[in-house]
Design a protein around this ligand. Structure first.
Ligand SMILES: O=P(O)(O)OC[C@H]1O[C@H](OP(=O)(O)OP(=O)(O)O)[C@H](O)[C@@H]1O
Ligand SMILES: O=c1cc[nH]c(=O)[nH]1
Ligand SMILES: [Mg+2]
Length: 209
């Protein structure tokens, strides 16, 4: 497993804007999508390409690169993961989407599963899990368990903010999954929120509470 904290100036700037007290849902949503887009650019760096021959603009045969190998399924974790979906799909528009619904019980902090609809050929695709927050890691571990139980062998995760405690838990449970994150923050508070963090990402994206 590798953890990539993407310290690009644009990403750091945008995450900084998202942390502000009173940030509007509109701004939070737009920024979540933009950072997701930049994380996707980084996470797809290792995709393989192959040479193919096409007829070029002058009518002569030329070689160009095309992505080869496994195709992608994007896996947004409901709800908050939906806020990253557009940003990912704008770079991989042909990806299929596998939706997983989990919420974190506010008392126990344990993930509660309530929905899943995963593409039928997930065993031959790269799964790109998207969720703004990786806090205790319980939600991500449950999602990876689910995807693996359906035959998925190649899994990456994209997150806006992660806590060290959550990363450690995921590394222990699933050492074969790569994580791309915009910011690894300091710690969790007593309610399981990441500090300094973003607050409740789902509530900010959907305007609830
Ligand atoms: O690492 P964990 O401790 O499991 O916490 C992270 C999860 O908590 C949040 O979802 P939430 O339960 O708030 O659901 P929501 O997206 O519907 O708001 C977040 O979007 C992650 O899915
Ligand atoms: O800080 C956190 C932790 C879990 N879920 C969130 O939305 N934010
Ligand atoms: Mg939430």
């Amino acid at each position: 497993m590798s953890i990539y904290e993407i310290k690009h100036p644009l990403i750091q700037h945008k995450i900084g804007l998202m942390r502000a007290y009173g940030v509007s849902s509109k701004d939070f949503r737009e920024l979540a999508s933009e950072v997701a887009n930049l994380l996707t650019y980084e996470a797809t760096r290792e995709l393989q390409v192959e040479d193919i021959k096409i007829k070029g603009w002058a009518g002569e045969p030329i070689s160009v690169n095309q992505i080869k190998g496994k195709k992608i399924t994007v896996v947004p974790i409901l709800r908050a993961g939906l806020g990253m979906l557009d940003g990912v799909l704008s770079l991989v528009p042909n990806a299929k989407i596998s939706v997983v619904g989990l919420y974190r019980d506010e008392e126990t902090l344990q993930p509660v599963a309530y929905f899943d609809k995963v593409v039928s050929d997930i065993d031959s695709r790269i799964a790109l899990i998207v969720d703004p927050m990786l806090a205790t890691g319980g939600t991500l571990i449950a999602t990876i368990d689910l995807l693996k139980s359906k035959g998925c062998k190649h899994i990456l995760g994209l997150f806006l903010v992660a806590a060290p405690e959550g990363i450690e838990a995921v590394v222990k449970a699933h050492s074969d999954v790569d994580i791309y994150v915009a910011a690894i923050d300091d710690r969790l508070n007593d309610q399981g929120y990441i500090l300094p963090g973003l607050g409740d990402a789902g509530d900010k994206i959907f305007g609830t509470r």
